[in-house]
Design a protein around this ligand. Structure first.
Ligand code: ADP
Length: 394
């Protein structure tokens, strides 16, 4: 029996799941929030029950110590060494770290050298890795990259039409994100269809706060909507997705703001939140729209239109698709949003079954029997993918 921990470290949070492998059984999960602030919150789920502890946790090392000490106190593990490996979700591996790796000083040096490609995410990821290395020095640490799955994209898909020197000297290209989720879900589709992965074409709609669409042809990502950063693509909870880049300078002048401030608005105050003026949360928009709020309804329509643009384009690029899959918070839990998207795709022969579609958070076929493309809801499971990769590298 092997115990593997899957970890996702943010700037002030540390999410974890402890899995028993190869059974892929979740032993426990939890998170520490508000790290570095007063009254940090530590939540851990044991036997279906949530335990919560509020205390100041000054940094990620303290958070890791708190988590492993608690695991021992609750007799989930007898000692630190019982955790045989820790898999870290790392947002950006660029073109150098193209698949999961055991982390040594060399990998840390590489990550530090690419930090400016994704500072908001890589800095906390590195902090999390270092904290685990400090507290569990004898346990193997593995990095699993959000970008790795998309490294199979061809140049024509990942190059931007900008001076080539931007790519060669400054690594400006499309990387894509949510790779672990797109991979998990597309592999699951092939299993459900009983088809070899190499012959299965899937369009994955990962719709959470962050959202991206991916064209997976024969198990390989050939295009995806996020780009150099997670800002590109479809509108999201607070991100604009694609806009005309000329808007940035125009609004800098109008609002007397720096490029950095405008990009911050595109990241934090746009998308659902920007258009609706109400919330970045799909539940709030759905209920406001039901009460007649036009802008909330429009925020949902604007996103649906862009999602359909991507699905249609990927359908053509892949030469047809066996399945369209919805996953992540919105994809798994918002039947109305799913129906709104699929109903715009009747020209492709996609037909949603309203009864099957009336579900949340479960794996299910939601298209009609005569739909030309099968449509599924498949709950994503990035932790299992991280644990699988960690296990195979031990
Ligand atoms: P991320 O991991 O990117 O932060 P999630 O995958 O958790 O995001 O997705 C968050 C989104 O999912 C929110 O917009 C939220 O409203 C939506 N969501 C979560 N649960 C539900 C639900 N039961 N019904 C409708 N939407 C939901």
């Amino acid at each position: 029996m092997t115990k593997i921990m899957a970890v996702n470290a943010g700037s002030s949070s540390l999410k974890f799941q402890l899995l028993e492998m190869p059974e892929e059984k979740v032993i426990t999960s939890g998170l520490v929030e508000r790290i570095g602030m007063k009254d940090s919150v530590f939540t851990i789920k044991v036997n279906g029950e949530k335990l919560q502890l509020i205390k100041d946790v000054d940094n990620h090392s303290e958070a890791v110590k708190l988590v492993v000490d608690k695991l021992i106190e609750l007799e989930i593990i007898a000692n630190f060494e019982e955790i045989q490996g820790v898999g870290h979700r790392v947002v950006q591996g660029a073109s150098v770290l193209t698949h999961s790796v055991v982390i040594t000083q060399n990998e840390i040096d590489i990550l530090e050298s690419i930090v400016d490609l994704a500072p908001l995410h890589l800095v906390p990821n590195l902090t999390g890795i270092k904290a685990f290395m400090e507290i569990l020095p004898n346990v193997k640490q593995v990095a699993v990259f959000d970008t790795a799955f998309h490294q199979t994209m061809a140049e024509e898909a990942f190059l931007y039409a900008v001076p080539y020197d931007w790519y060669e000297r400054y690594s400006v290209r499309k990387y894509g994100f949510h790779g672990t989720s797109h991979q998990y879900v597309s592999e699951r589709v092939a299993e459900i269809l009983g088809k070899p992965l190499s012959e299965t074409n899937t369009i994955v709609c990962h719709l959470g706060n962050g959202a991206s669409i991916c064209a997976v042809k024969g198990g390989k990502s050939i295009d995806t909507s996020m780009g150099f950063t997670p800002l590109e693509g479809i509108p999201m909870g607070t991100r604009s997705g694609n806009i005309d880049p000329a808007i940035i300078e125009y609004m800098m002048v109008k609002k007397n703001k720096s490029a950095k401030e405008i990009i911050n608005i595109l990241n934090k105050l746009s998308g659902y939140l920007g258009v609706s003026g109400i919330s970045s949360d799909s539940r709030d928009l759905v209920s406001a729209a039901e009460k007649g709020d036009q802008r909330a309804a429009m925020a949902i329509e604007v996103q649906a239109k862009r999602i359909v643009d991507y699905i249609a384009s990927y359908y053509v690029y892949m030469g047809g698709a066996d399945a369209i899959v919805f996953t992540a918070g919105i994809g798994e839990n918002a039947p109305g949003t799913r129906a709104n998207i699929i109903n715009r795709l009747t020209v492709l022969g996609a037909k949603i079954d309203p009864v099957r579609n009336d579900c949340r958070g479960i794996e299910r076929l939601i298209s009609t029997d005569d739909s030309k493309i099968k449509v599924f809801v498949i709950p994503t499971n990035e932790e299992v993918m991280i644990a699988r990769d960690t296990m195979s590298l031990l």
